[in-house]
Design a protein around this ligand. Structure first.
Ligand SMILES: [Zn+2]
Length: 273
Protein backbone atom coordinates (compact mmCIF):
# COMPACT_ATOMS: atom_id res chain seq x y z
CA UNK A 1 0.00 0.00 0.00
CA UNK A 2 1.32 3.46 -0.82
CA UNK A 3 2.34 5.17 2.42
CA UNK A 4 3.75 8.61 3.14
CA UNK A 5 6.98 8.22 1.09
CA UNK A 6 5.13 6.83 -1.91
CA UNK A 7 2.40 9.49 -1.84
CA UNK A 8 5.02 12.21 -1.32
CA UNK A 9 6.95 10.89 -4.35
CA UNK A 10 3.79 10.83 -6.46
CA UNK A 11 3.09 14.43 -5.46
CA UNK A 12 6.66 15.59 -6.16
CA UNK A 13 6.80 13.91 -9.54
CA UNK A 14 3.30 14.95 -10.64
CA UNK A 15 3.98 18.62 -9.93
CA UNK A 16 6.13 19.41 -12.99
CA UNK A 17 3.88 17.31 -15.22
CA UNK A 18 0.47 18.68 -14.35
CA UNK A 19 0.61 22.01 -12.51
CA UNK A 20 -0.66 24.76 -14.79
CA UNK A 21 -2.51 22.28 -16.96
CA UNK A 22 -6.25 22.47 -17.48
CA UNK A 23 -8.52 19.44 -17.08
CA UNK A 24 -10.45 18.88 -20.30
CA UNK A 25 -12.47 15.83 -19.25
CA UNK A 26 -12.65 12.64 -17.23
CA UNK A 27 -13.27 9.12 -18.48
CA UNK A 28 -14.35 6.58 -15.88
CA UNK A 29 -13.88 2.88 -16.46
CA UNK A 30 -15.08 2.23 -12.89
CA UNK A 31 -17.65 4.70 -11.56
CA UNK A 32 -17.20 3.48 -7.98
CA UNK A 33 -13.91 5.36 -7.85
CA UNK A 34 -15.83 8.65 -7.43
CA UNK A 35 -16.95 9.01 -3.81
CA UNK A 36 -18.37 12.52 -3.96
CA UNK A 37 -20.27 14.33 -5.42
CA UNK A 38 -22.37 12.28 -7.90
CA UNK A 39 -20.51 10.87 -10.90
CA UNK A 40 -22.33 13.30 -13.23
CA UNK A 41 -21.53 16.32 -11.13
CA UNK A 42 -17.92 15.21 -10.65
CA UNK A 43 -17.35 14.81 -14.37
CA UNK A 44 -18.99 18.10 -15.35
CA UNK A 45 -17.70 20.31 -12.52
CA UNK A 46 -14.06 19.29 -12.98
CA UNK A 47 -13.92 20.24 -16.68
CA UNK A 48 -12.15 23.50 -17.44
CA UNK A 49 -10.43 23.69 -14.07
CA UNK A 50 -6.72 24.45 -13.91
CA UNK A 51 -4.50 22.47 -11.54
CA UNK A 52 -2.72 25.20 -9.57
CA UNK A 53 -0.92 23.07 -6.95
CA UNK A 54 -0.76 19.62 -5.39
CA UNK A 55 -0.25 19.03 -1.69
CA UNK A 56 -0.11 15.94 0.50
CA UNK A 57 -1.52 15.30 3.94
CA UNK A 58 -1.05 11.80 5.36
CA UNK A 59 -1.73 9.45 2.47
CA UNK A 60 -4.08 11.90 0.71
CA UNK A 61 -3.27 13.98 -2.37
CA UNK A 62 -4.98 17.34 -2.77
CA UNK A 63 -5.12 18.81 -6.27
CA UNK A 64 -5.87 22.52 -5.86
CA UNK A 65 -8.17 23.54 -8.69
CA UNK A 66 -8.91 26.93 -10.22
CA UNK A 67 -12.40 27.31 -8.83
CA UNK A 68 -11.29 26.65 -5.22
CA UNK A 69 -12.34 23.00 -5.52
CA UNK A 70 -10.02 20.25 -4.36
CA UNK A 71 -9.67 16.99 -6.21
CA UNK A 72 -8.78 14.65 -3.36
CA UNK A 73 -7.25 11.29 -4.26
CA UNK A 74 -6.50 8.37 -1.97
CA UNK A 75 -4.55 5.56 -3.64
CA UNK A 76 -5.53 3.02 -0.92
CA UNK A 77 -4.12 -0.50 -1.45
CA UNK A 78 -3.00 -0.63 -5.06
CA UNK A 79 -3.46 2.76 -6.72
CA UNK A 80 -0.96 4.59 -8.92
CA UNK A 81 -1.23 7.82 -10.90
CA UNK A 82 0.65 7.63 -14.17
CA UNK A 83 1.00 10.53 -16.59
CA UNK A 84 1.48 9.73 -20.24
CA UNK A 85 0.36 10.59 -23.74
CA UNK A 86 -3.31 10.15 -24.46
CA UNK A 87 -4.15 6.68 -25.65
CA UNK A 88 -7.51 5.35 -26.80
CA UNK A 89 -6.85 2.05 -25.03
CA UNK A 90 -5.52 2.41 -21.49
CA UNK A 91 -4.43 -0.77 -19.69
CA UNK A 92 -7.12 -2.90 -18.11
CA UNK A 93 -6.38 -1.76 -14.55
CA UNK A 94 -6.94 1.93 -15.35
CA UNK A 95 -10.15 2.96 -13.55
CA UNK A 96 -10.17 6.66 -14.39
CA UNK A 97 -8.48 8.94 -16.90
CA UNK A 98 -8.12 12.66 -16.22
CA UNK A 99 -7.51 14.32 -19.56
CA UNK A 100 -5.28 17.40 -19.68
CA UNK A 101 -4.98 20.17 -22.25
CA UNK A 102 -1.61 19.08 -23.67
CA UNK A 103 -2.58 15.65 -25.02
CA UNK A 104 -1.46 13.90 -21.87
CA UNK A 105 -3.63 12.30 -19.21
CA UNK A 106 -3.38 11.18 -15.61
CA UNK A 107 -4.17 7.48 -15.54
CA UNK A 108 -5.52 6.21 -12.20
CA UNK A 109 -4.42 2.60 -12.24
CA UNK A 110 -5.89 0.50 -9.45
CA UNK A 111 -6.04 -3.31 -9.75
CA UNK A 112 -7.96 -3.86 -6.49
CA UNK A 113 -10.39 -0.91 -6.95
CA UNK A 114 -10.09 0.51 -3.43
CA UNK A 115 -8.80 3.91 -4.57
CA UNK A 116 -11.11 6.92 -4.38
CA UNK A 117 -11.54 10.42 -5.82
CA UNK A 118 -13.52 13.27 -4.34
CA UNK A 119 -14.26 16.75 -5.66
CA UNK A 120 -14.85 18.97 -2.65
CA UNK A 121 -14.85 22.63 -1.62
CA UNK A 122 -13.73 22.20 1.94
CA UNK A 123 -10.79 19.91 2.70
CA UNK A 124 -10.73 20.64 6.42
CA UNK A 125 -13.07 17.73 7.16
CA UNK A 126 -10.52 15.23 5.89
CA UNK A 127 -7.48 17.00 7.30
CA UNK A 128 -8.90 17.46 10.79
CA UNK A 129 -9.24 13.69 11.22
CA UNK A 130 -5.52 13.14 10.68
CA UNK A 131 -2.80 13.14 13.31
CA UNK A 132 0.44 15.11 12.94
CA UNK A 133 2.77 14.81 9.96
CA UNK A 134 5.83 12.85 11.13
CA UNK A 135 8.22 14.86 8.93
CA UNK A 136 7.02 18.27 10.13
CA UNK A 137 9.31 20.32 12.36
CA UNK A 138 6.55 20.31 14.95
CA UNK A 139 6.67 16.52 15.26
CA UNK A 140 8.95 16.19 18.28
CA UNK A 141 9.63 13.28 20.64
CA UNK A 142 7.43 15.12 23.16
CA UNK A 143 4.56 15.20 20.68
CA UNK A 144 5.00 11.50 19.92
CA UNK A 145 4.98 10.77 23.66
CA UNK A 146 1.72 12.70 23.97
CA UNK A 147 0.14 10.79 21.08
CA UNK A 148 1.13 7.44 22.63
CA UNK A 149 0.22 8.16 26.21
CA UNK A 150 -2.48 5.94 27.70
CA UNK A 151 -2.69 3.84 24.54
CA UNK A 152 -3.31 0.22 25.42
CA UNK A 153 -3.30 -1.12 21.85
CA UNK A 154 -0.09 -2.71 20.53
CA UNK A 155 2.38 -0.06 19.33
CA UNK A 156 2.22 -1.58 15.84
CA UNK A 157 -1.53 -0.89 15.68
CA UNK A 158 -1.15 2.58 17.22
CA UNK A 159 1.37 3.58 14.53
CA UNK A 160 -1.09 2.53 11.84
CA UNK A 161 -3.87 4.67 13.31
CA UNK A 162 -3.99 7.74 11.04
CA UNK A 163 -5.58 9.77 13.84
CA UNK A 164 -2.45 9.26 15.97
CA UNK A 165 0.18 9.93 13.27
CA UNK A 166 -0.58 10.49 9.59
CA UNK A 167 1.02 8.59 6.74
CA UNK A 168 2.57 5.50 8.32
CA UNK A 169 1.35 2.11 7.13
CA UNK A 170 2.31 -1.51 7.50
CA UNK A 171 5.73 -1.36 5.84
CA UNK A 172 7.21 1.65 7.57
CA UNK A 173 5.72 0.74 10.95
CA UNK A 174 7.57 -2.59 10.84
CA UNK A 175 10.79 -0.92 9.69
CA UNK A 176 10.65 1.80 12.36
CA UNK A 177 9.91 -0.65 15.20
CA UNK A 178 12.74 -2.93 14.11
CA UNK A 179 15.23 -0.07 13.87
CA UNK A 180 14.12 1.27 17.27
CA UNK A 181 14.27 -2.26 18.76
CA UNK A 182 10.69 -2.15 20.06
CA UNK A 183 8.43 -5.20 20.12
CA UNK A 184 5.27 -4.67 18.01
CA UNK A 185 3.02 -6.07 20.77
CA UNK A 186 4.09 -3.53 23.40
CA UNK A 187 1.15 -1.37 24.48
CA UNK A 188 1.63 2.09 22.93
CA UNK A 189 1.45 3.79 26.31
CA UNK A 190 4.12 1.54 27.85
CA UNK A 191 7.08 2.88 25.87
CA UNK A 192 9.81 4.51 27.93
CA UNK A 193 11.24 7.97 27.18
CA UNK A 194 14.41 6.54 25.54
CA UNK A 195 12.28 4.17 23.44
CA UNK A 196 10.03 7.01 22.27
CA UNK A 197 13.08 9.06 21.38
CA UNK A 198 14.52 6.19 19.35
CA UNK A 199 11.18 5.50 17.66
CA UNK A 200 10.75 9.17 16.77
CA UNK A 201 14.23 9.32 15.28
CA UNK A 202 13.84 6.08 13.31
CA UNK A 203 10.40 7.00 11.94
CA UNK A 204 11.85 10.20 10.50
CA UNK A 205 15.07 8.64 9.26
CA UNK A 206 13.25 5.79 7.53
CA UNK A 207 10.58 7.98 5.93
CA UNK A 208 13.18 10.46 4.61
CA UNK A 209 15.31 7.64 3.22
CA UNK A 210 12.29 6.10 1.51
CA UNK A 211 11.43 9.45 -0.10
CA UNK A 212 15.05 9.71 -1.31
CA UNK A 213 14.54 6.29 -2.89
CA UNK A 214 11.22 7.35 -4.46
CA UNK A 215 9.09 4.94 -2.46
CA UNK A 216 8.83 1.17 -2.22
CA UNK A 217 7.52 -0.79 -5.19
CA UNK A 218 6.14 -3.81 -3.44
CA UNK A 219 2.85 -4.95 -4.97
CA UNK A 220 1.63 -2.41 -7.47
CA UNK A 221 3.09 0.99 -6.69
CA UNK A 222 4.47 2.93 -9.65
CA UNK A 223 5.81 6.46 -9.94
CA UNK A 224 4.04 8.93 -12.28
CA UNK A 225 6.44 8.10 -15.12
CA UNK A 226 5.57 4.40 -14.76
CA UNK A 227 8.89 3.44 -13.14
CA UNK A 228 9.40 1.77 -9.77
CA UNK A 229 10.81 3.14 -6.53
CA UNK A 230 13.71 1.43 -4.79
CA UNK A 231 13.00 1.99 -1.07
CA UNK A 232 12.12 -1.70 -0.57
CA UNK A 233 15.71 -2.73 -1.32
CA UNK A 234 16.60 -1.22 2.05
CA UNK A 235 13.92 -3.01 4.03
CA UNK A 236 15.25 -4.95 6.99
CA UNK A 237 12.01 -6.71 7.89
CA UNK A 238 8.91 -5.29 6.14
CA UNK A 239 7.04 -7.68 3.83
CA UNK A 240 9.65 -10.31 4.58
CA UNK A 241 11.94 -8.46 2.16
CA UNK A 242 14.81 -8.32 4.64
CA UNK A 243 15.31 -12.05 4.22
CA UNK A 244 14.89 -14.80 6.80
CA UNK A 245 17.52 -13.57 9.19
CA UNK A 246 17.96 -10.26 10.97
CA UNK A 247 20.69 -8.09 9.49
CA UNK A 248 21.47 -6.74 12.98
CA UNK A 249 21.81 -9.97 15.01
CA UNK A 250 21.62 -12.87 12.57
CA UNK A 251 18.61 -14.37 14.36
CA UNK A 252 15.42 -15.43 12.55
CA UNK A 253 12.84 -12.82 11.47
CA UNK A 254 9.35 -13.86 12.53
CA UNK A 255 5.97 -13.09 11.08
CA UNK A 256 3.03 -12.58 13.43
CA UNK A 257 -0.41 -11.07 12.98
CA UNK A 258 -1.05 -7.94 15.05
CA UNK A 259 -4.65 -6.70 14.86
CA UNK A 260 -5.13 -8.37 11.48
CA UNK A 261 -1.94 -6.99 9.97
CA UNK A 262 0.98 -9.20 8.98
CA UNK A 263 3.94 -8.01 11.01
CA UNK A 264 7.62 -8.86 10.64
CA UNK A 265 10.04 -8.45 13.52
CA UNK A 266 13.17 -9.88 15.15
CA UNK A 267 12.34 -11.45 18.54
CA UNK A 268 15.97 -11.10 19.63
CA UNK A 269 16.41 -7.39 18.77
CA UNK A 270 12.80 -6.56 19.70
CA UNK A 271 12.14 -8.62 22.85
CA UNK A 272 8.80 -8.38 24.64
CA UNK A 273 9.84 -7.03 28.01
ZN1 LIG B 1 17.80 -9.07 15.30
Amino acid sequence: MPELPEVETVKNELLPLVVGRCITGVTLAWEGIVKEPSVDEFCSRIVGQEISAITRRGKYLFFHLGSQDFLVIHLKMTGSLIVSQDTPEPSKFVRAVIHLDNNTSIYFRDPRKFGVMRLIRDASNIKSKLGPEPLDESFTPQLLAQRLSNRTAPIKAVLLDQKVIAGIGNMYADEALHAARINPWRPGGSLTRPEIKRLHQEIRRILWAAIENKGASVDTYFRPDGSEGSAHYEFKVAHGLGGETCSACGGPIERVVVRNRGTYYCPKCQPLK
